[in-house]
Design a protein around this ligand. Structure first.
Ligand code: MG
Ligand code: MG
Length: 262
């Protein structure tokens, strides 16, 4: 069942979303060759707790960490580890959830480690564009399928694979609420977008084929062809007269002195 949020609840979610956005920027400022993904996780957890919040992922279905950190061919749900050291040319998806005032904020960003190839840069750019196009369709009166189609269409036009097994979702007191927000689908299908709907839109786009597998750790999802994958996520709220992106990449862009795609 979809739970539509009141204005007050949206305000609380907004605060959590700002914190999760700042956490990603903090983590991003440490992304460089030689750092372990475990260290990035510690930085995130400290930052989140210092701001009076708790990491939404830690303990969720027994997930052991505050971040999902997925490198190169890993798509999502990578477990941080001391043995996983970032190296020049990697891409690293950092997915973070916070709980502040009882409400979740959820966002993800894929960072380049050092210098990456033009091919991989293009994957990151197109995936971020998929997110922008999906968000543009997330408006009152549209349907979930309009978002799904926009994401899939842009990815596939660029020759990329769209992951089917994992999807976006409603966000609220719980990390994963109804409805599901797939990154593939048909226009004009699925639940109608009504005011108060808060959803996480999160394209997971593979440079190669769409097929993925789950690692023996029971969490990490990786591409079957071992080509890289990218993942960007925003939490947004549909309102009567507009849609607001509650999370933001501006802190990342400011901290890393990058030019915004959006
Ligand atoms: Mg997420
Ligand atoms: Mg999510």
């Amino acid at each position: 069942m979809i739970y539509y949020k009141t204005d007050e609840e949206v305000s609380l979610i907004r605060e959590s979303c700002i914190l999760v956005s700042k956490t990603l920027a903090e983590v991003g400022s440490y992304v460089q060759p030689g750092i372990s993904t475990q260290r990035l996780d510690e930085i995130a957890e400290t930052f989140i707790r210092d701001h009076g919040a708790t990491p939404a992922f830690k303990g969720y279905r027994n997930f052991p960490a505050s971040l999902c950190i997925s490198v190169n061919e890993e798509v999502v749900h990578g477990i941080p580890s001391n043995n996983k050291i970032l190296k020049d040319g990697d891409v690293v998806s950092v997915d973070c959830g916070t709980v502040l005032n009882g409400f979740v904020g959820d966002s993800a960003y894929t960072f380049a480690v050092g210098e990456i190839s033009d091919e991989v840069k293009n994957l990151l750019r197109i995936t971020q564009e998929c997110l922008v196009l999906g968000v543009e369709k997330a408006k009152y009166g549209n349907r979930i399928g309009d978002i799904s189609f926009a994401v899939q269409d842009h990815a596939e036009k660029n020759g990329y694979g769209v992951v089917r097994e994992l999807v976006g979702h409603g966000v609220g007191k719980k990390l994963h609420e109804d409805p599901e927000v797939p990154n593939f689908g048909r226009r004009g299908t699925g639940p109608k977008l009504l005011p108060g709907l808060v959803i996480a839109i999160e394209p997971m786009i593979n440079m190669g084929k769409k097929n993925v597998s789950e690692a023996s750790d029971g969490w990490t999802i990786y591409t079957q062809d071992f080509k890289p994958s990218a993942h960007f996520e925003h939490t947004v709220v549909v309102l009567k007269d507009r849609t607001e992106i509650l999370t933001t990449f501006k802190f990342i862009e400011e901290k890393l002195k990058m030019v915004s795609v959006i």
